[in-house]
Design a protein. Structure first.
Length: 473
């Protein structure tokens, strides 16, 4: 067994291992060291060496305990930390299997509010994953992807039927970026989509059958004729959803984010060295003199494999039947009523929305950049089926898009017909609130997240529900 190690020796262990379960497995004596360098989770669009005395790894356990450590290892079996003692000879390793871990996150206090990376090129998969990579070629109905100046990353060809969108040139301006994403969403949810659609940089659209791709041209079959367009004129291509294959749910999986803005879901992973030899450790330095360290090979829900340097890892979450994310719950309804005036009766019915594919997505605003986030415009209500039993719901509600201090919104968590939690009024001055809610559901019930506008309306602001986890006890 090979492990991956998060190691920051200049930090002390902030929290002890209170509540830790007994060691689930004896660690092998040989570890592959993982230095979380080269950038921090969603920290900056310019990546550099991590300042060790301002970095830490935060572990969130299923029992709701949080531990911040300076030395952490991960393996396909679980997570381990080294507990610092005054006497180094008494230092010992504490282990948790993945079934006891909710989240492992690399953090830096000095970069918490820094701008987040905005990839120009992306691959959107039918699983909801987004890879910050460029489309290279299409061969035998498979998409080959690559990276610029990141030779240590590799990916096996992706079946074209699992590629929902190929973004060739996303704007860095947040408003223009949001406009492009809204156009893509309109195409994806449109009932009339019977072809692949290319969005051009001049706002025009080109429809047809997306056939081949090379270094300079994109080739379509349109009304029986071959049509080509230069890559630099294409912003994105949305694939005809009628031809796509969506992966089946799996009971156990990892959600991973990386420092370049990618996020993906994997059913398994293993540690390999820079040479791809799984049976030996990586050399301490690569040919160019830089410490490359091992790489992590992930098997994605879409069936292809993605290999990334360990230094690019930002967060890893583990989902099981007992630790579930919102997209794992059966969706009952999603309703929305735009805020118009305070004189509207509160009992006015909401309009149901048609939801296809994953409900959660990527949010990119000045206030928050986060994957697997539910974006809710006041007034909206999203309801899931909640299984019987005792549960804990944790997460964060953040106001985004507010441009004036009078803009406000309130988030509510509802169980059946009652309200379990209500946020304070979220404003520019106080934009976020975290929650931890206990739910005792004696029979199958309803769990709802609601966004409500403030007294003068939300004025374009939204509530972003992020890092939401439902833990069964």
């Amino acid at each position: 067994m090979t492990s991956v190690r998060f190691s920051h020796p200049r930090l002390a262990l902030i929290a002890a291992e209170k509540g830790a379960i007994p060691a689930f497995r004896t660690l092998l004596s040989c570890f592959v060291t993982l230095w979380l360098a080269g950038g921090v989770a969603w920290s900056s669009s310019v990546f550099g060496q991590v300042t060790l005395d301002k970095s830490a790894v935060r572990i969130q356990l299923k029992n709701l305990e949080e531990i911040t450590a300076s030395e952490v290892w991960i393996t396909p079996e679980g997570v381990s930390i080294r507990r610092s003692e005054p006497n180094p000879e008494t230092n010992r390793v504490v282990n948790w299997p993945w079934s006891e871990v909710v989240r492992v996150e690399q953090t830096r206090v000095d970069l918490e509010h820094e701008p987040k990376p905005l990839p120009r090129q992306e691959i959107w998969l039918t699983s909801g994953d987004r890879l910050a990579a460029s489309a290279r070629t299409i061969v035998d109905d498979q998409l080959n992807i690559g990276w610029v100046e990141q030779n240590e990353r590799k990916a096996t060809p992706i079946p074209l039927e699992t590629v929902a969108v190929v973004v060739f040139d996303a704007p860095l301006n947040l408003f223009a970026r949001k406009t492009l994403r809204e156009k893509i969403a309109r195409i994806e949810t449109g009932s009339s989509q019977t072809n692949d659609t290319a969005l051009l940089n001049n706002q025009d659209e080109l429809t047809g059958e997306f056939q081949t791709l090379d270094a300079s041209q994109i080739h379509f079959l349109r009304k029986g004729e071959r049509v080509s367009a230069p890559r630099f004129r294409i912003a994105a291509v949305a694939i005809n959803r009628e031809l796509l294959v969506f992966p089946r749910p799996v009971p156990r999986k990892w959600r991973v984010t990386t420092t370049d803005g990618s996020f993906f879901t994997a059913t398994e992973f293993k540690v390999v060295d820079v040479a791809g030899d799984k049976n030996r450790q990586a050399d301490p330095a690569s040919e160019n003199g830089k410490n490359a360290g091992p790489r992590i090979e992930f098997l994605l829900l879409t069936g292809n494999r993605l290999t990334i340097p360990q230094s690019d890892l930002a967060t890893i979450e583990y989902g099981t039947p007992e630790v579930r994310w919102l997209d794992d719950l059966p969706l009952k309804s999603r309703e929305h009523l735009p805020w118009l005036a305070t004189t509207l009766p509160a009992s006015l019915p909401l309009e149901p929305e048609i939801v296809t594919g994953p409900l959660l997505g990527l949010v990119e605003t000045l206030a928050i950049t986060a994957p697997w986030t539910l974006s809710a415009k006041p007034r909206s209500l999203v309801t899931w089926e909640l299984p019987a039993g005792r549960h804990t719901l944790i997460g964060r509600a953040t106001l985004s898009g507010a441009t004036t201090h009078s803009a406000a919104a309130i988030g509510r968590i509802r169980h059946n017909d009652g309200t379990l939690w209500e946020s304070p009024s979220l404003t520019l001055d106080h934009p976020a609130a975290t929650f931890q809610v206990e739910i005792n559901n004696r029979a199958t019930g309803r769990l709802s997240l609601e966004a409500v506008a403030g007294p003068v309306g939300n004025q374009g602001a939204e509530i972003q529900w992020s890092e939401v986890v439902l833990i069964a006890h």
